[in-house]
Design a protein. Structure first.
Length: 670
């Protein structure tokens, strides 16, 4: 058997070496004949100009996983908390280049796992108190900690680690919420999640259980502690003197309340990270019940095996479906002057989609989208004038400001018909324009019998280049600005008759130089052109003749995905351009297609060809494991991989080690 494996490996390596020589020869022959794509008209956006845009607040600064941000007016400094336990500060100048270390909490807490949030005491100018929430491993378990520290009156400021006073602790384990804010009443409010991973939902059954602090917003008086304690429970907390209930609880029924902000009259706004279908914003008052895990926003049945809490479930102030948001980040109530139409609105965003909304403080208010960004929005803050800043947790890890949009009218220029995009010389025949190159992939997604055709369009003489490194999660293609990937789906009117095939949809991915945008074009009945589908998407049903179906016909339900819905799958964790990846293009069955792309000069030659690749299910000569995992990768791995938001924590990406993928002998979570 070992000899057979060696012989097979030798033959395989020889095959790739021969292919590599052919590619190199073709590359030099093809580059001189490169036909540039000059017909592109996919620029800008079809949306009307957003009311806001973003700009770098401090262009020279970058941080390491920033999670919390606050301005301290007395010193005129910004403070930034990082996930690794470091607190840093810098002076409030747009051209600032220096960032000073205020403290590293790991010096005090070597087993610190996450620094989550901090806030200044309202009397910070005189008492120098800073309150911080973090998690740490202690004795084989994890705990959430809210502590008070003193900041030394030095320049630059330094946190006195020896001054720590632990205010309160709780269990930690995943969803830890942990926003810390002082209210206008002088009390400190802190949010905690359900302290578990996503599956199963609310595993500790704590969402409606007030015997602990989890899934709650707690309210404490830290200025007038009781004897022997570091805080006092305010007498007007809603559950004081109720048997079996923690009196610190102010509101409950939250899954992972990540960031909150106070508005006029003391209204507390909380953004709660959803589970599978909905993200929610809550306007919280004393005794508020957010419903988790009996409900998830409008979804009425998450768990039916938990006892409801002592107060009725409240209706969220806003609910976002996962077609437009997937991990909400609150939020500040706007008090500035640059955006006067949004004064008093709660400003919040989404980690996954990068969108930012404003929500008015009235019962019938609907969220208004302010801007659609490419950032991973992790926290918001106000400057001295009440203007809004936020931190980006992605590769840029910078701080950005929300400002009025200075652009007008660009949405009208976006092509509303497929024939206007410049992708095709003959749209009805799907003949690509000069410079647009077709390609195939090893394992297409399942599409209920529909088949697909694909094209790559790179403007001018730009080139797609492979970026290869040892980290499987960071092997990708690098695309020039305004690159377009297009895919047309077609289905048979009579199942089994290829001549009856009709086009349903052409999907377009556009890279603007910073981020990808997704659009759908729906083909008309005459099959001559396709019209741009609205941003909210659409549903359609097509009747097919099928001799195997009851009555001889079947209905094909088709979803034209919303633009934000597209980007839930085409996410950065999966590489955005899902099918244009090494696993698909380096498969032996597709080496001719990739060779042609290389020969055309549109794609640079890969440095390595013999990396793991996907295997079609029909390729019976390959292992069953490879074929099964290839199918799972093509259909599921865009969400079901680490960090990409799949509601079941199994990892279907082909490059994940099988032992770590939670696919075999792993208890089902749903």
């Amino acid at each position: 058997m070992n000899l057979f494996r060696c012989l097979r490996a030798s033959v395989h390596a020889h095959r790739w070496a021969v292919a590599g020589m052919a590619w190199c020869l073709g590359l030099f022959a093809g580059l001189a004949e490169r036909v540039p794509w000059t017909a592109s008209r996919i620029v800008g956006s079809p949306e009307p100009p957003a009311p806001c845009q973003t700009e770098p607040a401090f262009p020279e600064l970058r941080f390491n996983e920033p999670v919390s941000l606050a301005f301290e007016p007395k010193s005129g400094r910004w403070f930034v908390g990082q996930l690794n336990g470091e607190l840093r500060s810098f002076v409030n100048r747009p051209d600032v280049k220096e960032v000073e270390l205020v403290a590293s909490l790991r010096e005090l807490r070597p087993k610190l796992t996450q620094f989550l949030d901090f806030t200044f005491h309202p009397g910070f100018a005189t008492n120098r108190f800073l309150f911080a929430a973090y998690t740490e491993g202690v004795g084989g378990t994890n705990r959430w900690v809210l502590s008070r520290f003193t900041v030394a009156s030095t320049e630059p400021p330094r946190l006195d680690l020896a001054s720590e006073v632990v205010i309160i602790t709780s269990h930690s384990g995943g969803h830890d919420g942990s926003c810390v804010r002082f209210g206008p009443d002088g009390m400190i409010y802190a949010s905690l999640g359900d302290a578990t991973t996503p599956d199963p939902p609310d595993a500790l059954k704590t969402g409606q259980d007030l015997s602990d602090l989890l899934s709650s917003v707690i309210r404490l008086d830290v200025d007038h502690p009781e004897a022997g304690r570091t805080y006092r429970v305010p007498a007007d907390n809603p559950f004081v003197n109720r048997p079996g209930v923690r009196p610190e609880v102010w509101a409950y029924g939250f899954r992972n309340p990540w960031r909150m902000g106070f508005g006029e009259g003391g209204a507390l706004w909380v953004a709660d990270v959803g589970w599978e279908l909905w993200e929610t914003v809550h306007r919280v008052t004393a005794g508020y019940n957010g419903g988790w895990a009996l409900v998830e926003g409008p979804n009425p049945a998450v768990r039916n095996d938990v006892k409801p809490g002592p107060t009725p479930i409240a209706k969220p102030a806003a609910s976002h479906p996962h077609s437009e948001a997937a991990s909400l980040t609150g939020g500040v109530v706007y008090r500035g002057r640059r955006l006067p139409q949004f004064r008093g609105h709660f400003i919040y965003g989404d980690w996954e989609t990068g969108k930012i909304w404003a929500l008015a403080d009235r019962p019938d208010a609907q969220p208004m989208e302010l801007v659609d960004t490419s950032f991973r929005i992790v926290t918001f803050a106000e400057d001295a004038d009440g203007e809004v800043l936020f931190a980006d947790y992605s590769n840029r890890c910078g701080l950005y400001r929300l400002v009025p949009n200075s652009t007008t009218g660009k949405g009208a220029e976006f092509p509303r018909r497929l024939s206007d995009t410049g992708l095709f010389a003959d749209t009805a025949k799907q003949e690509p324009a000069p410079g647009v190159v077709s390609y195939g992939i090893a394992v297409p997604r399942w599409a209920d019998g529909a088949t697909s055709e694909r094209w790559l369009a790179v403007p001018g003489k730009g080139q797609v280049t492979p970026v290869w490194n040892d980290d499987p999660n960071n092997r990708r293609w690098q695309f020039p600005e305004n690159t377009v990937l297009a895919k047309t789906y077609s289905a048979e009117v009579t199942v089994g008759e290829a001549s009856s095939r009709r086009r349903l949809e052409t999907q377009v991915l556009h890279f603007n130089g910073e981020a990808w945008a997704a659009y759908s074009y729906r083909w008309n009945d005459a099959q001559t052109d396709a019209e741009l589908v609205g941003r909210e998407g659409a549903n359609a049903t097509f009747v097919q003749r099928d001799s195997h179906a009851p009555g001889g016909t079947r209905e094909l339900s088709w979803r034209f995905a919303a633009r934000a819905e597209c980007l839930r799958c085409h996410n950065p964790w999966a590489g955005n351009a899902l099918a244009f990846n090494f696993e698909q293009l380096l498969a032996p069955s597709k080496q001719t297609d990739l060779q042609r792309l290389v020969q055309s000069g549109v794609v640079a030659e890969p440095e390595r060809w013999n990396r793991p690749h996907l295997t079609p299910a029909s390729r019976t000569g390959d292992s069953l494991e490879s074929r099964a995992r290839s199918w799972l990768h093509a259909n599921c791995a865009h969400c079901h991989r680490f960090g990409a938001g799949g509601s079941v924590a199994s990892y279907f990406n082909f490059d994940a080690k099988l032992a770590d993928a939670r696919l075999l002998n792993h208890p089902p979570a749903r």
